[in-house]
Design a binder for this molecule. Structure first.
Ligand SMILES: NC(=O)c1ccc[n+]([C@@H]2O[C@H](COP(=O)([O-])OP(=O)(O)OC[C@H]3O[C@@H](n4cnc5c(N)ncnc54)[C@H](OP(=O)(O)O)[C@@H]3O)[C@@H](O)[C@H]2O)c1
Length: 342
């Protein structure tokens, strides 16, 4: 390390050029810290939102971006009991939220209010980290923290992901692709909606039983009902909204569940739903904000047991982080955009 390490810092907003590669002093472990050599990190929609300041939680000045990443423990503090040098770990999205319900004192997030993974090294309290499944490559293991846990919370914690039940996913972002894989893991039938026909074959290859082009089928909620013998989807993983929520409600079964994940909003944003859609439905809307460390651990156990492999779109070298952000923000991706270090 020779006294200095490299890390990107979010110094100014609205442009990837504001994320600047700097040399920082070599980090040293406090009694409960682990020092991790980061091998790969990945991008999520929240990282673009943090950059353009539309994310609900403001970033700390000069924070190291990205919640998702993986690396090896290279040093541990004197009181550390959970890890040893050589262990391969990732971080938990809400670093301090271990289990149960989140509360306002637990909202610190890696890559937002705490330094994240876009660096050669990250210093974490040992309680912020978890082991990753052994069968995953470093690129795959770098995608678990945000999109993975969000999809896990949406599907596994719904009570609706039972064999033979129908799960509807929207779009082909990281959350939706994980949701398809988890829904199939639970034996569900998956209907995947995308705006792009060219993604249909890849969605089917991932496990989708039916694919709908929701851009070409404005009343796609009724198309979902047709595909389910009039019953509707038991679980809708709503990742687009707010303007898709009316169709999601039409698509949902009588006592269906819509997991509303969108975090865009603000005063100008309103959700309008025609009375004919909601008056005939007993569906519930559930909100999810990623998940706890226990959710991440539970998901990792399931991924290991099923040898599930996350979908990777493209891998960029550490020095090309700006190009990785640009590629991700252009939006024509299928799977996770990863930045891999040395
Ligand atoms: N609440 C939470 O805990 C939580 C956690 C993570 C993410 N999220 C939210 O979940 C959403 C998905 O996140 P993500 O990272 O998986 O993916 P993402 O990159 O935001 O979504 C990408 C895909 O969604 C579809 N899409 C996006 N915007 C659209 C629009 N305006 N109209 C139509 N289709 C659109 C497109 O799919 P096609 O090209 O296939 O049409 C696109 O490829 C985001 O809103 C994100 O903020 C919430």
């Amino acid at each position: 390390m020779e006294g200095h390490v490299k890390a990107y810092q979010l110094e100014t907003f609205n442009n990837v050029e504001g994320i600047i590669l700097r040399e920082r002093d070599e980090p040293h472990c406090g009694p409960t810290d682990i020092l991790v050599r980061v091998r790969a990190a990945s991008l999520n929609r929240r990282d673009a939102m943090i950059l353009d300041r539309s994310y609900p939680l403001p970033a700390r000045p000069n924070v190291v971006p990205l919640s998702d990443g993986v690396g090896e423990v290279v040093a541990v503090g004197g009181n550390v009991t959970r890890f040893k040098p050589g262990d391969r770990v990732t971080g938990s999205y809400f670093a301090r939220w271990r289990d149960g319900r989140i509360s306002p004192d637990l909202i610190d997030q890696l890559g937002c209010t705490l330094d994240g993974m876009l660096a050669e090294y990250i210093l974490m309290d040992e309680q912020w980290a978890v082991d990753v499944p052994e069968h995953l490559s470093r690129e795959e293991a770098a995608t678990l923290t945000c999109a993975g846990v969000t999809a896990w919370s949406a599907v596994a914690n719904s009570g609706a992901a039972m064999p033979g039940n129908t799960v509807l996913t929207l779009g082909t972002g990281g959350v939706s692709l994980y949701a398809i894989q988890f829904a199939k893991m639970f034996g569900c039938r998956v209907i995947a909606a995308t705006s792009r026909n060219e993604k249909a074959d890849r969605l089917r290859a991932l496990g989708a039983d039916e694919v709908i082009n929701h851009a070409a089928t404005p009343d796609w909620g009724n198309r979902v009902r047709e595909l389910t013998a009039g019953l509707g989807a038991d679980l809708v993983v709503e990742t687009i909204g707010p303007d898709t929520l009316e169709q999601s409600l039409i698509a949902a079964s009588l006592y269906g569940q819509i997991v509303l994940l969108i975090t865009r909003g603000g005063k100008a944003s309103r959700i309008e739903i025609d009375g004919s859609a909601w008056s005939s439905s007993l569906a519930s809307i559930r909100r999810v904000f990623v998940g706890s460390r226990a959710d991440l651990e539970g998901m990792n156990r399931a991924i290991a047991a099923h040898k599930l492999r996350p979908v990777i779109d493209r891998v960029f070298p550490f020095g090309d982080a700006h190009e990785a952000y640009r590629h991700f923000m252009r939006g024509d991706v299928f799977g996770k955009v990863v930045i891999a270090g040395a």
